[in-house]
Design a binder for this molecule. Structure first.
Ligand code: TXA
Ligand code: MG
Length: 317
């Protein structure tokens, strides 16, 4: 179950207590599983376990890391992870549980894996209405990172059959509760300093958000709605970054991989799941060190290595 090419025998179970118990056990063991929400089927993993979140990317074959939406069962669970202002409270009161995702400052002590937030100081939180996802959140007892349950570049799944057509052999379990109600991903908003920015349009409309917040929702400066992920500028190191380094030069802090040990290693065994899981933590560590620059050992360009190298290329740009 290590490595980036982990394969599974995928089983589909009808939604019910047995399926949720099985799904919760897999979640606690660090595996990603597919489960419906009211929008689309999600590929859920324990957001507190970095290797579990890395396995979402391995299963999707996603070529880059985005910050993921973290699902929680209620407002109290959200407030344990993030700081909600008055506007965030008003929006949660109006639309949760339901297809609205709220971006808020991450609590410094929140036990969320840095790969789930792409190293950002904020977190996107969603309290889903679907009873299957609610049951999994409560039985597993974990916040669940969950993008749509499709391979990268394929359309979002609204039925269990779409998930199996896309991810068969890449995940252990699909919980089948029939077609989803909404069919498009949740609306994403970022309330801060008396404004609400719409980051992704979805089932909850700008008019509904404006009515609940008490003031108009804003979009990009141009007036256009911002593309998904666009505002989520990933964590970028402040120091210069040199790639494909086999040794540290001058005053560099070297991030190792495989045979290159470095000051700390993404994965001494060359395991790409482990490397993805540690990536953002090591970038923060290198950035916070007393050295003036960062060097990074080569990472093979296959499987999860494609997403790792995409992120490293951005860090070095
Ligand atoms: O309906 C949905 O929201 C589905 C179902 C499965 O719940 N989930 C979903 O999750 O679409 P995901 O992880 O694919 O959404 C990722 C998007 C990013 O591309 C970005 O737009 C936004 O969520 N996002 C996540 N964290 C963010 C942050 N800290 N700041 C700004 N945007 C963020
Ligand atoms: Mg998607």
């Amino acid at each position: 179950m290590t490595g980036s090419n982990a394969s599974y025998q995928t089983v589909t179970r009808p939604y019910g207590k047995a399926a949720i118990d099985e799904a919760a056990a897999l979640i606690r063991q660090g595996h990603p599983i597919a489960i419906p929400t009211e929008t689309v089927y999600g590929l859920a993993a324990d957001a507190t376990n970095p290797e579990a979140v890395a396995r979402i990317y391995a299963a999707k074959g996603r070529p880059s890391f985005n910050p993921l939406i973290v699902h929680i069962p209620d407002l109290a669970a959200a407030e344990a992870l993030a700081m909600f202002d008055d506007t965030a409270h008003a929006l949660a009161a109006a639309f949760w549980p339901g297809p609205l995702t709220i971006v808020a400052p991450l609590r410094p002590d929140a036990p969320i894996a840095s790969i789930a937030t792409a190293g950002l100081g904020t977190i996107a939180l969603r309290c889903p209405a679907h009873e299957a996802m609610q049951a999994l959140l409560r039985v597993s007892g974990r916040p669940l990172a969950a993008p749509s349950a499709n391979a990268s570049g394929r359309i979002s799944p609204t039925r269990a059959e779409h998930v199996s057509a896309s991810l068969d052999g890449r995940i252990p379990l699909i919980v089948d509760a029939g077609a989803t109600a909404q069919g498009i991903e949740s609306t994403i908003v970022a309330p801060a300093d008396g404004v609400v920015r719409l980051l992704r349009p979805g089932p909850i409309t700008p008019e509904q958000i404006t009515a609940a917040a008490g003031f108009p929702v804003t979009t990009a400066a141009s007036g256009a709605i911002e593309a998904p992920g666009q505002l989520a500028s990933h964590y970028a190191p402040a120091k210069p970054v040199r790639l494909n380094a086999t040794e540290a030069r001058d005053n560099e802090w070297l991030i190792g991989f495989g045979p290159i040990a470095g000051d700390a290693s993404l994965s001494p065994q060359g395991d790409l799941v482990e490397a993805a899981a540690r990536l953002f933590d090591l970038l923060h560590q290198a950035d916070g060190s007393n050295r003036t620059a960062i060097a990074i050992a080569p990472v093979p360009h296959h499987g999860l290595g494609v997403a790792i190298n995409d992120r490293l290329a951005r860090a070095a740009a």
